[in-house]
Design a protein around this ligand. Structure first.
Ligand code: UDP
Ligand code: MN
Length: 314
């Protein structure tokens, strides 16, 4: 009898122990990221954090260079589902150590690609020594496009005008641009004045030139404007926000010597680790701040325009 009780007790203990362990695993998985995580990446944190390692495992412990893929983003989920596996496979072949950061603009202002890139840079600069400003809808097709660490001459423009399906002017630096950390800092990042579509990349070109840097582009590419990239952008479904209000037109035509990394104002409200087809990416929910006196065109809707018009002129 005593023997039976002992066996039953042991069985129960085993079952309870197993249930406790399984419960623990479930709770740990459901636990949200602590609010403490909403701060820039730090070197020590990165090395221990499995979540921030791309599925591209470095072939060595300390890779020479690390690339942060910064994707300005709002409401482009279908494109993201295509982009993530695509670019990951592409960069794995090149053994480029990288991680994808989706810069998800969650405030109610107009889209601001350049400020989002500034936020992404500030978040990743302690760990990554170069960035790719990368449109979510531009997929590289030609494997000779190497996402390598840019030379000391200046940024490496992957989406070169002779290769991009849509933009063909010589000073074009949009689409996909790789920039060394120290170069981006030297230029004070990008301007924060560009709300809505366009011109922020052209202003950045002038920053590159003014810093004494030059744009380099891939060599010996045998493909052309029709078969180097897949631009998954339907202009009817994904309309560009080309509206201009207040004095946006005049101001955004000029080089901005005032704003950039040093004047950037934002909050990161949440950080998500998201898995797409088994690839872990990081999504930053970003609330940009807009100074309505300096750039009232961050909101062209009637309400803000009317409020601004009622402001007494100082
Ligand atoms: N973008 C976005 N949501 C928007 C507008 C733009 O996510 O509402 C991002 C996206 O990464 C896109 C990039 O900004 O690829 C550049 O915008 P767009 O594709 O409209 O510019 P294009 O180069 O096609 O003129
Ligand atoms: Mn596009």
């Amino acid at each position: 009898m005593a023997k039976t009780v002992n066996l039953a007790t042991i069985n129960w203990l085993f079952v309870c122990g197993l249930a406790f362990c399984l419960g623990g695993v479930v709770v740990l998985n459901l636990m949200p990221l602590s609010a403490d995580c909403i701060c820039p990446l730090k070197k020590s944190g990165f090395q221990n954090s499995e979540a921030l390692q791309s599925v591209t495992q470095p072939p060595f412990d300390m890779p020479e260079h690390k690339l942060a893929i910064l994707v300005p983003f709002r409401d482009r989920f279908e494109e993201l589902l295509q982009f993530v596996p695509n670019i990951t496979r592409f960069l794995q072949k090149q053994r480029v150590v990288h991680h994808i950061f989706v810069l998800n603009q969650v405030d109610r202002y107009r889209f601001n690609r350049a400020s989002l890139i500034n936020v992404g840079f500030r978040f990743t600069r302690d760990v990554y020594d170069y960035i790719a400003m990368h449109d979510v809808d531009l997929l590289p097709l030609n494997e000779d496009l190497h996402y390598e660490y840019p030379s000391d001459l200046g940024p490496l423009h992957i989406a070169a005008p002779e290769l991009h399906p849509k933009y063909h002017y010589e000073t074009f630096v949009g689409g996909i641009l790789l920039v060394r950390r120290e170069h981006f800092e030297e230029m004070n990042g990008m301007s924060n004045k560009y709300w809505g579509w366009g011109l922020e990349d052209d202003e950045f070109y002038v920053r590159i030139r003014d810093a004494g840097l030059q744009v380099t582009r891939p060599h010996n590419i045998k493909t052309g404007i029709n078969n180097t990239f897949n631009h998954i952008h339907n202009r009817y479904h994904r309309k560009r926000d080309t509206q201009k209000c207040f004095n946006q037109k005049e101001v955004t035509r000029k080089r901005d010597r005032e704003t950039g990394l040093s004047t950037l104002e934002y909050k990161i409200s949440k950080i998500h680790q998201l898995s797409i087809d088994g690839i872990t990416i990081t999504v930053l929910n970003i609330l940009l701040e807009c100074n309505l006196n300096n750039t009232p065109w961050c909101d062209c809707s009637g309400i803000a325009a009317a409020a601004a018009a009622e402001e007494p002129i100082k």
